[in-house]
Ligand binder design. Sequence first.
Ligand code: FES
Length: 223
Amino acid sequence: MSIALAFVGVSILGTWGIATIALIVGGIILIVAPGDAETVSSGLGTGIFLLIAGLVSGGLMQIVAAPLLGIDPPLPVKAKSIIPHERMTAWASAGPLRAFPDGVATEVRLRSLRVAIVREGEEARALTALCPHARLPLASFPGAPIRPEPVRDGCVMCPFHGARFETTTGKAVRQPFSSEFNAAHPLLGRLQSKLFFWNMGAEDIQTYPVRIENDEIMVGLPR
Ligand code: FES
């Protein structure tokens, strides 16, 4: 995806998302405080209408528009689909170790699979590129204002809603929309948690075996 196309896509989704949130918030306000006694019923009706319109808009945005822009539907990925490393016997080169920035996820495509490579000094880890919470990329989108987060304490953090995963095991050590993340990211955290009320958890993420051969990162993939 080109940077220009990614920028347009993110802008469209961002505008759409803000409009959706405005509909939902406006609907909730009108339902909770519909106005004076004479206009209560019309305020309540308008509030319910806005709330339903907002929820439908949010659903359409996430299920229809995002895939058209090359974004996977925001459905969770279950840990039961994780493939054990013993079955990852098709080795592919991700490139020279030092071509990858230290301590931040970088996405590559290996045999049609989207893989996030995380270099930590002289070592490297490989995880599936899409966060199991809502299939958004750990390395973010090219040119997007949301930047990948630095690896901390051996964990990579999804920049979209703050889930954290151990880079070695893939274990989910922090769930999306934690109070810490929401406090630091009001738009991506607190506001989006309202849209994702139906999907608030992240299970463990798929990892891939890695070995370094002649300074190249080799990643084991399923056959
Ligand atoms: S998509 Fe990663 S935490 Fe939501």
